[in-house]
Write a new protein. Structure first.
Length: 320
């Protein structure tokens, strides 16, 4: 398998697990095709043509895509956050004789950094599934997405990609597809468990090796709001969507009957709003939860003979 084929396989795995109807995911691609076709020729060469097959703006091949279509994929290095330091580390490992075909980031980087908030629209399906009116869900997410998009405009988006270019190491990131994988995994876990209390949820999280590895590093799952013996009621899992939703969303979720949310992390100012809405908050752990999603993609690659070297917060555990 070629490096780019492995990248595309990961994106497509995430598409299959998107909370939205597949017809809606395809419509995103069709809309961008119309935009591309309508552009004057001098602008078409500037258009991000991954948008024609990849619906996730937060996941991109930022350096070496042409080369990656010719090179075999045998051994990748993947970290939750990749900076120039990790690119230099990969180059150093190569110097020591280790094979590193490409470096992968989980969080947006390079050409996926600035537009990544676009994937927040996935949350509309999550909220609708919980009973929030679809139009209200759309309005809540759209307002928050536009705010985050504005805040992203000042970032030095290509710093790490430039390091990869200078050392000639293929570099890409996979964010939403991996988050979709862990979203499906955690939702299924809660459906099978049917927890009664917050303690039941915490105990179930400890059954995952990524969570146990994080706990060893003093980052266990915790109850942020609520008590262990509190009834958890209707549970919402929030693993995808790119970043946190607005604090105003808790009222809508509470009115829809949501009693507990399990998420990777929460902004500090969300706790009070959640408590006002009568919603318990459980932190599953950022590195632990991201590692589960990344591992589920690595498991797909493992079946194709691809090895992944973990770094930068990612802990590798195979479920094959």
């Amino acid at each position: 398998m070629k490096i780019y084929d492995a990248y595309r396989m990961a994106i497509e795995a995430g598409m299959k697990r998107d909370l939205r109807p597949q017809s809606e995911v395809r419509r995103i691609l069709d809309d961008f095709r119309e935009v591309f076709d309508s552009l004057p020729e001098d602008r078409k060469e500037l258009f991000d043509q991954e948008r024609l097959w990849n619906p996730y703006a937060d996941s991109r091949f930022s350096y070496g895509s042409d080369k990656a279509k010719e090179l075999d994929a045998e051994r990748f290095m993947w970290g939750i956050d990749i900076t120039s330091s990790e690119i230099i580390l990969a180059d150093r490992l190569r110097e020591k004789g280790e094979r590193i075909d490409a470096v992968i980031a989980h969080h947006p980087n390079g050409s996926s950094k600035t537009p990544f908030p676009e994937v927040m629209m996935q949350m509309t399906a999550m909220f609708s599934d919980m009973g929030v009116d679809p139009q209200k869900a759309h309005d809540l997410v759209k307002e928050r997405m536009e705010q985050v998009l504005r805040n992203m405009q000042g970032f030095n988006y290509n710093q790490t990609a430039d390091a990869a270019r200078m050392l000639d190491i293929p570099f890409f990131n996979i964010h939403a597809p991996a988050d979709n994988m862990v979203e499906e995994f955690m939702v299924r876990k809660m459906d099978e468990l049917q927890p009664k209390t917050l303690k039941d949820i915490i105990d179930s999280l400890y059954s995952e090796p990524e969570v146990r590895a994080a706990a060893k590093c003093n980052s266990p799952p915790i109850i942020l709001s609520g008590n262990p013996d509190d009834e958890c009621g209707k549970v919402m899992v929030k693993m995808n969507g790119g970043t946190s939703f607005s604090k105003e969303t808790y009222q809508a979720l509470g009115e829809a009957g949501v009693k507990t949310i399990v998420a990777m992390h929460y902004p500090e100012d969300h706790v009070e709003k959640a408590e006002e809405a009568g919603i318990n908050l459980i932190i599953s752990g950022h590195m632990a939860s991201d590692s589960i999603g990344v591992n589920l993609i690595c498991d797909i690659w493992e079946k194709e003979g691809i090895e992944v070297v973990p770094c930068s917060g990612f802990t590798r555990f195979s479920r094959n």
